[in-house]
Write a protein that binds this ligand. Structure first.
Ligand SMILES: C[S@@+](CC[C@H](N)C(=O)[O-])C[C@H]1O[C@@H](n2cnc3c(N)ncnc32)[C@H](O)[C@@H]1O
Length: 305
């Protein structure tokens, strides 16, 4: 187990969670059990960002995190009994979740903390920082679909070589939180977050991007293949996608179920993309083998072009 005193921001967030929810200790111990010091340094920076986004309100974010875990547990029970996600239409998710400001506020605040506290979310972020962003060594234009809490987008937008960054999201509350992250984390001037559905047809003069990130969004879409094909038209020659999609991942707004890694890979390849790298990250507490056997959540993280 890491020495907490070396990572004061992680320590602060973990202690804040355990003050409200002591029974979560075993989960957090498992989640932080296997990181190398070099990764803990990046997670410590992530924890510092989360603290500055939460400002004086960490307890509210902790309540949101606990509530989000509860909402996801309800969906996990439903999934276990029925082997399907509860809802299957985008309109239903839009009506009950994306347009519900109170729900989305708690949900995105909860996911802001899960980015650090859940093994599969944190490891996907580490992969993005360690493997994906360093590919862009000359000035680049960045697009992110569904930035939500804004942590991925602000990591890209704060790089000196990022000359323009655009985010598209359909939830007004996600847009508010993304903009808050970009502002508080001091991202450059040429940065915008637009209210836009990835399924909407692009305007004729739509720009192209060297980097396109879509993290934890494809499973929210009725036709993820069509979304990827349309985004492929926006990728500049030599550019690369970061695609993070979880399989067997019940959540209140997940509608498209991918049941195994082959299905996730098939989706990316059927969109005409070439997989350059694929990292599989099981949910907290399970090995990859156990997660595959139990049909539990695995984050599938692709770099593709
Ligand atoms: C689970 S959050 C993901 C946040 C962040 N990217 C991450 O990896 O944690 C999903 C986000 O995608 C947005 N979203 C869902 N469907 C979308 C669509 N069709 N077009 C654009 N954004 C969408 C939601 O509003 C939400 O902000």
């Amino acid at each position: 187990m890491m020495q907490m005193r070396d990572y004061p921001n992680i320590d602060f967030i973990v202690a804040s969670v355990l003050r409200d929810w002591p029974a979560h200790k075993r989960f957090l111990d498992l989640s932080f059990a296997n990181y190398e010091p070099v990764d803990l340094n990046i997670l410590e920076e992530l924890a510092a960002k989360i603290r500055s986004l939460a400002q004086d309100d960490i307890d509210d974010y902790v309540r949101s995190y606990r509530w989000t875990c509860g909402e996801l547990n309800k969906e996990a029970l439903y999934f276990k009994r029925s082997s399907r996600y509860r809802i299957s239409s985008f309109d239903e998710a839009k009506r009950s979740i994306y347009s519900n400001a109170d729900y989305m506020k708690s949900y995105m605040q909860g996911l802001l903390l899960s980015q650090l506290l859940w093994q599969n979310h944190a490891a996907a972020y580490l992969y993005y920082c360690n493997e994906y962003l360093p590919r862009f060594r000359t000035p680049f234009r960045y697009l992110e679909i569904g930035p939500g809490h804004g942590l991925f987008m602000s990591a890209a937008a704060s790089l000196p070589d990022c000359i323009a960054a655009e985010g598209w999201d359909i939830s007004p509350e996600s847009i508010r939180q993304s903009r808050h992250a970009l502002r508080v984390l001091g991202c450059g001037a040429n940065v915008s977050v637009l209210e836009r559905d990835v399924m909407a047809s692009p305007p004729d003069n739509a720009p192209s991007f060297d980097a396109i990130a879509i993290s934890e969004v494809l499973e929210h879409i009725e036709q993820p293949l069509a979304a990827l094909k349309s985004l492929r038209q926006r990728l500049s020659p030599g550019g690369a996608f970061f695609i993070n999609v979880p399989i067997n991942s019940p959540a209140p707004d997940h509608i498209y179920l991918l049941r195994d890694v082959a299905e996730a890979r098939g989706l990316v390849e059927e969109a005409g993309l070439n997989v350059l790298d694929l990292k599989l990250i099981p949910m907290t507490g399970l090995s990859l083998f156990e997660a595959e056997k139990q049909k539990a959540t695995i984050s599938c993280v692709f770099v593709a072009q």
